[in-house]
Design a protein around this ligand. Structure first.
Ligand code: SF4
Length: 263
């Protein structure tokens, strides 16, 4: 194990969920499978990124014109991988967003797909990307992450780690602010938002959580399996004895759903 460890939200979540999966993905670096819901998720992210970036850049065109252009740009990148069903579903989602911003305001968007990577100690760094950063009317910064899951909201309501990480990142850039808002935006639930406010103290605590993960990862030698219902969506289930047994015990879990857990 190298002395320096690079962490991300997805990497730490993977370690927490199943250490064997972490070993396959991040130690052995076995390739991931590309599933339809990855493509549709990436496509919708790209459309929304292009759309919002246009208005950050000063676009004055009507929303529908800009969205059409954003769709074309995303299609040029992902169209070859999209089936008619995937295209139809994405069209409905994006059309829903267009209706939403037409009846509500777009908001003061400061950045989209904001990448970050920095050291939190000499031996631990974190990296990732924030889907959208906005400044709310009351001058509170908001970080948002799009979710394309079809599942209910419960698991997101109970898991603020990702939004708090993004809030922690913004705090590094704006050390003067004392709170940040975070929202999961549920694309398949009519762009409903799950929003929380985090104090400066709460966000600073995220650093220790990453340090704890780094220590646990560095100390791990066995990488035991943790077979759960999620094995049905694991990229490495084909080579994992425990995962295959879990899936076989419940055939329903082997059926892929259109809409991943946390994309
Ligand atoms: S199939 Fe299940 S138990 Fe095996 S590595 Fe994947 S998540 Fe872990």
């Amino acid at each position: 194990m190298s002395d320096h460890i690079k962490l991300s939200v997805s990497k730490t979540k993977c370690f927490k969920q199943c250490k064997k999966q972490y070993h396959y993905a991040y130690v052995l670096k076995f390739p991931k499978k590309e599933r339809n819901y990855h493509v549709t998720g990436s496509f919708c992210h790209k459309v929304l990124e292009e759309f919002h970036q246009a208005y950050i850049d000063g676009c004055v065109l009507p929303y529908n014109v800009t969205m059409t252009q954003a769709w074309k740009t995303a299609w040029a990148e992902f169209g070859a991988k999209m089936t008619p069903d995937m295209k139809r579903e994405c069209w409905d989602l994006i059309n829903g967003y267009l209706r939403k911003v037409s009846r509500e305001k777009l908001g003061n968007i400061l950045a989209v797909e904001q990448k970050f990577e920095f050291n939190i100690t000499e031996t631990v760094s974190i990296r990732g990307g924030i889907d959208k950063v906005t400044l709310d009317d009351d001058n509170v910064l908001r970080v948002s992450d799009y979710k394309t899951t079809k599942k209910g909201k419960k698991y997101l309501q109970d898991d603020m780690f990702q939004l708090m990480t993004y809030g922690y990142v913004l705090l590094q850039e704006h050390p003067e602010i004392d709170k940040i808002r975070g929202s999961y935006i549920l694309l398949r639930h009519d762009f409903e938002e799950i929003t929380r406010e985090f104090s400066r103290e709460q966000l600073l605590g995220i650093k220790q959580q990453f340090l704890d993960y780094a220590q646990s990862i560095n100390e791990e030698t066995e990488f035991p399996a943790n077979p759960t219902v999620l094995c049905g969506w694991c990229d490495h289930v084909d080579i994992c004895e425990e995962g295959r047994a879990k899936v076989a015990s419940n055939p329903a879990t082997s059926k892929s759903i259109f809409g991943e857990v946390g994309y």
